[in-house]
Design a protein around this ligand. Structure first.
Ligand SMILES: NC(=O)C1=CN([C@@H]2O[C@H](COP(=O)(O)OP(=O)(O)OC[C@H]3O[C@@H](n4cnc5c(N)ncnc54)[C@H](O)[C@@H]3O)[C@@H](O)[C@H]2O)C=CC1
Ligand SMILES: O=C(CO)COP(=O)(O)O
Length: 338
C-alpha cells in the first residue's frame, strides 16, 4: 500500500478544479491551487472564495492559491490537472519540468483531443513520459456546483495501478464525496467524454420544446453508442452501466447546471454557435469540440455513433437542429442491439 497523500496541488481554478480542491480540503488534505489569473488566486488565498467560478461558496481556509506554477507544484505528492481537454497539452508541456518526481498525476478533464484522438491519460503519458496506466482519472456524476455545496455524490477513480487509485481515494473521500476505484480507464474516460456530446443533444431537444421521452431516448441511445465505441476500444461494457456511464449521463443530460446541456439548449432555441459560446462566459462546454474528435475516433475504428455525428454536423457544419433530429429518426430500421 502507498503512503497517505497529504499535499495536493490542483492546476486550474475553474468550476471543477475549485470544487475538487474543496473536496480534498474537506477531506483534510493540504491543497495548493494554481490559477491562470492572479486575481482568482488572490480571491482564493485571501478571501477563501472563487467568485469568478463558484460564487457564494466558502472554501476551507487550508486551501491556498498562486498564479506561479513553480510555487504551486513545490512539494506536491499528487497533482490534479483541472484544465479543459483541448488546452491540457499546452498547459502540461509548460508544467512538465516542474512536476515533482513520483507525484501521482490525476486527471479531471472529460474529453478526447482533436487531431491526435487521444484520451486525456494518453496525452498526459505522452507529454510527461510515463505509462498511461499510472494516471488516475476522476469521472462520474459530479456537477461542480452541487459538490461545492456539499451535496452527496459518488465518483470513480480509474487507474490501471490499483494502489494509486486507492491512494487518491483515501485522499479525497469525505462525508459528502464517495469515490469508488475502477481499473477500466478506457471505459471511464470514454464515458466522461462521450456523455458531454449526448448532453448537447438533450439540451438541444429541450430547446426545441421536446419532452421527457425524447430526453430518455437520447440518453439511452447515447449510452448504446458510447458503449459500442468503448467495447471496440477494449473497455469493459459494464463500466457504462456504472457511475462513469449511466450515472454521468443522467446527471449531465438532465441538469440545468450542465454547461453542455445549456449550450445545446441555446442551439436548439436557434442561437448560433458564437452566441452560445459568448453566453457560456468563458466556461468550457467540452462536447462542442469532443463531438468532432469522438466522431473521428469512432470512424477510425468503424463504429457508428449517429447522435455524436449529428452533434458534429449541427455545431460545425451549420445543420439545423430540427433537420439533424429528423435525420436521426429517418435512419434505416434496426434491432435495438445490432
Ligand atoms: N464543472 C463541472 O461540473 C465538471 C467539469 N469536469 C471537467 O473538468 C475539466 C475542467 O472543467 P472546469 O473546471 O469546469 O472548467 P472551467 O471552464 O470552469 O475552468 C477551466 C480552468 O482552466 C483554466 N485554463 C487554463 N488554460 C486554459 C485554456 N487554454 N483555455 C481555457 N481555460 C484554461 C481556466 O483559467 C480555468 O481556471 C473539463 O474537462 C470538464 O469537462 C468534470 C466534472 C465536473
Ligand atoms: O461533467 C460534468 C458532470 O459530471 C459537468 O458537466 P458540464 O461540463 O456539462 O457542466
Amino acid at each position: 500500500m502507498r503512503p497517505d497523500v497529504q499535499r495536493v496541488t490542483v492546476l486550474g481554478a475553474g468550476s471543477w478544479g475549485t470544487a475538487f480542491a474543496k473536496v480534498l480540503g474537506d477531506a483534510g488534505r493540504d491543497v495548493t491551487m494554481w490559477a491562470r489569473r492572479e486575481e482568482v488566486a488572490t480571491d482564493i488565498r485571501e478571501r477563501h472564495t472563487n467568485s469568478a467560478y463558484l460564487p457564494g461558496v466558502t472554501l476551507p481556509a487550508t486551501i491556498t492559491a498562486t498564479s506561479d506554477p513553480a510555487e504551486a507544484l513545490r512539494a506536491a505528492e499528487a497533482v490534479v490537472l483541472a484544465v479543459p481537454s483541448q488546452s491540457l497539452r499546452a498547459n502540461l508541456t509548460a508544467w512538465r519540468d516542474l512536476l515533482p518526481r513520483d507525484a501521482i498525476l490525476v486527471s479531471l478533464a472529460k474529453g478526447v483531443e482533436l487531431g491526435t484522438l487521444k484520451r486525456m491519460s494518453e496525452v498526459i503519458a505522452e507529454i510527461v513520459g510515463i505509462d498511461a496506466g499510472d494516471v488516475v482519472v476522476v469521472t462520474g456524476p459530479n456537477l461542480a456546483k452541487e459538490i461545492a455545496a456539499g451535496q452527496p455524490s459518488a465518483s470513480v477513480l480509474a487507474c490501471a495501478d490499483h494502489d494509486r487509485a486507492v491512494a487518491i481515494q483515501r485522499a479525497c473521500a469525505n462525508s459528502y464525496f464517495r469515490p469508488y476505484t475502477n481499473t477500466d480507464v478506457v471505459g471511464c474516460e470514454l464515458g466522461g467524454a462521450c456523455k458531454n456530446v449526448i448532453a448537447l443533444s438533450t439540451g438541444m431537444a429541450a430547446g426545441l420544446g421536446l419532452g421527457t421521452n425524447t430526453m430518455a431516448t437520447l440518453i439511452t441511445r447515447g449510452l448504446a453508442e458510447m458503449a459500442r465505441l468503448g467495447a471496440k476500444l477494449g473497455a469493459d461494457p459494464l463500466t457504462f452501466a456504472g457511475l462513469a456511464g449511466v450515472g454521468d449521463l443522467v446527471a449531465t443530460c438532465s441538469s440545468p447546471l450542465s454547461r453542455n446541456r445549456t449550450f445545446g439548449e441555446r442551439l436548439g432555441r436557434g442561437e448560433t454557435l458564437e452566441q452560445a459560446q459568448a453566453a457560456a462566459g468563458g466556461q468550457v462546454a467540452e462536447g462542442v469540440m469532443s463531438c468532432s474528435s469522438i466522431r473521428a475516433l469512432a470512424q477510425s475504428v468503424g463504429v457508428d455513433m449517429p447522435i455524436t455525428d449529428a452533434m458534429h454536423r449541427v455545431c460545425h457544419e451549420g445543420v439545423d437542429p430540427r433537420q439533424a433530429g429528423a435525420e436521426l429518426l429517418g435512419r434505416s430500421q434496426k434491432h435495438e442491439w445490432s
